[in-house]
Ligand binder design. Sequence first.
Ligand code: XMP
Length: 524
Amino acid sequence: MEALTPTSPADLDRMFYRPSDEFFSSNAGQALTYDDVSLATLYSEILPRDADFETELAPGLLLRLPVVSADMDTVTESRMAIALALNGGLGLIHYNMPARQQLSEVSRVKNHVHGLIREPIKLAPEQRIGDVLALIEEKKFSFSTFPVVDGEGVLLGLLPGHCVRPRFAPRGVTEAMIPRTAVLTIREDELGDDPITRADRFFTENIGIHKLLVVDASDRLRGLFTLSDIERITQERSLRTKPARDGKFRLVCGAAVGAPRDASGELDRAVLLDHVGALVERGLDAVAVSTAHGHTRGVGDAVRAIRSAFPTLPIIAGNVTSASGVEFLASCGANTVKVGQGPGSICTTRVVAGVGIPQLTALYVCSKAAAGCGVALLADGGITKSGDIVKALAFANAVVCGSLLAGCPEAPGQIMEINGKFFKQYRGMGSHAAMKAGSAARYGHAKDSAQKSAAEGVEALKEVSAPADIVLAQLAGGLQSGMGYLGARTLPELRNNARFVRITAAGMRESVPHDIIEVKTGNS
Ligand code: XMP
């Protein structure tokens, strides 16, 4: 590279703060990760709040927040996927569960209408008020208004809370309920593209009514909205990024699959394609062929088979860390390639196998190939703070988070208390326990030999965190700040504007709170 003689402030900046090609070429042969670098600030006319996160992972798969939740059995099932999509991101439902269960998880996301209680507690006409009082006591319900339906689910009336009193205990429910003819309802197909706004209008127009019952064409109860939920959601809406939705206004949802093999060790196309077909029928927006080593014949065969059977289905595939790996998966038909081998917080691949590339260099190298092949990249693993997301998006179209989301109430698993603190389990999909539960193939092992195979992940705990809405809002806030400092209104501008410097251990110490006694963390 030609030496620059700095003659102007711009020359000086250019000499010390380098665009990615110059920076990574001058570091060729050594691999760097997020904390090895920092980004230089640039002249900016962008306020953080003006930053636009829109990112396209595949034709028709548009996210409004470049965050994907990891397909791990302690991170993403339907609750997490719903939270991600409501905040503009994408959840990848893991595949450490029976195929039928994965289909139901996807259906839950695709059928989710935010604020609509799909399975409200219903009463049968033969019940007495005394039964209702006992039910409330037993289940500790905080509400006392219930729809009454017949055996077919057809709406008969609504039992109002003011009738649910001990003095009326012997009375029948039908005697006390508001009859069907006097109950205001809405047909499911009249909810339109924006059910919340529709329900909000209903409650404004009907003072004193606190429940809106939703019915189908045969007057069967399909769900209910409550005034308090709608008020909360409408208030939150102003804070929230826009949801990521499909063309039918449903939340987007992804699901991971493996590359199943038959007895002869070849790809079991029938099993794979039947399952992907069933997922597509449920409205799946992207399938992720998710394995530890994606630059392999098995993964290539799986991606090719899915591509030829489902020509327009967005396919995510991985994981790789090389330009050839990206090119290979792109040539097989993937739209989006997951990059990351060993950066994850629960990963031990680098220790166990001696393999893997520190994540930022892997992303840079892969991004060079991705640009040539027209595929998007996901930066998978190792994201521990919002600043890492800003750095990752200099090369990738979105990031995959496991650890940052595993403590949220929306992640699968029970909360446990240890010495007065609350935790949730978080485990690597290559840990012995997860492999035994089904993920061994992802690491190229047989399920029944999982205990004897070398684990490539650990079982850990995460302290219970705020709900996903809050965690994602904090990540989005950090990303907005980063884009403001880089003068980037959009993610392509972020990529274009990023200028890198290498930081030392002392630089890293300086970068985090130091020489103070911290009494409140930045996020508390
Ligand atoms: P974070 O850092 O967000 O990383 O916790 C999540 C990503 O880690 C990968 N993953 C694993 N990698 N052994 C590995 O080497 C494992 O057991 C393991 N489990 C998950 C995966 O890519 C995930 O998205």
